[in-house]
Ligand binder design. Structure first.
Ligand code: SAM
Length: 245
């Protein structure tokens, strides 16, 4: 039984999710067999929705494992889109590349091997979406650089922010996680909620996902500004369709 969402609800959500495919299902089975901490298909579907919703062309993923979430995200990118994903384990990165190839997405995915904390200093932004899913103790130390790499209006999505409910005081009677990880995630959640450049909402899907939008899109988006101006003008004009007939 999941600690956050009851099994029955998880099964119901799974029954509504028709977006998976043969390659994704095979990787998910490998993940279960090898006890790899992969997202599930419902989180994959959410990542796909978010990628499409923000019109992402450039995505950064931190924590590839064997490419399961990578394929969910890359599948929603346009053909000329790019997803850069970072993985410290060479063996996992090699399997991720093979899986991405099998999914027919190698043209849109670049797997970088190494410690993401160092690699993020070398990549150039801006990214439309960043998916953070690596070592939980690195969430805090990497946050400022990831926000810097994100375009205004872009999305930072972080997995495992409820940590089997262990970050919720009093929710779990027998904690099983490394207390240092639990503390790191709890501190990270507080930082996200108070971050001056982020608007954050946390959703209790699977192990909890923090969804953050980087502020500042308005200043850089003249189209949005002109839409706002015309909305204000319409309001000010006290528009009445019947009166003009
Ligand atoms: C939770 S798994 C990623 C799962 C993957 N996002 C998915 O759902 O399909 C975390 C991965 O991050 C990798 N990792 C941990 N610390 C890292 C670091 N400092 N740099 C790069 N990768 C790291 C681990 O080897 C592991 O494969």
């Amino acid at each position: 039984m999941g600690q956050i969402v009851p099994d029955l609800v998880e099964r119901y959500l799974a029954s509504l999710n028709r977006q998976s495919d043969g390659v994704l299902d095979e990787i998910a089975h490998e993940g279960v067999r090898e006890h790899l901490p992969l997202i599930n298909a419902e989180v994959g579907a959410l990542l796909r929705v978010l990628t499409a919703a923000c019109g992402a062309r450039r995505v950064l993923e931190v924590g590839t494992a064997i490419g399961y979430s990578t394929i969910w995200i890359a599948g929603a990118l346009p053909p000329d889109g790019l997803l850069i994903t970072m993985e410290t384990s060479e063996e996992r990165a090699r399997r991720a590349r093979a899986n991405v190839e099998r999914a027919g997405l190698s043209g849109r995915v670049s797997v970088m091997i190494g410690d993401a904390e160092r690699l993020i200093a070398k990549v150039a932004g801006p990214f439309d979406l960043i998916f953070q899913d690596c070592d939980k103790k690195l969430y805090g130390p990497m946050l400022d650089r990831l926000v810097e790499l994100l375009r205004p209006g872009g999305l930072l999505v972080t997995d495992n922010v409820l940590w089997d409910g262990e970050v919720v005081p009093g929710h779990v009677s027998l904690p099983r996680k490394d207390p240092a990880d639990t503390r790191a995630i709890a501190d990270y959640n507080v930082r996200l909620s108070a971050h001056p450049q982020l608007i954050t909402s946390t959703i209790p899907l699977r192990d909890g996902l923090a969804l953050c939008v980087k502020r500042g899109a308005r200043e850089l988006n003249p189209l949005l500004e002109s839409l706002e101006r015309s909305t204000r003008a319409l309001r000010a004009a006290d528009f009445n369709e019947n009166a003009s007939r």
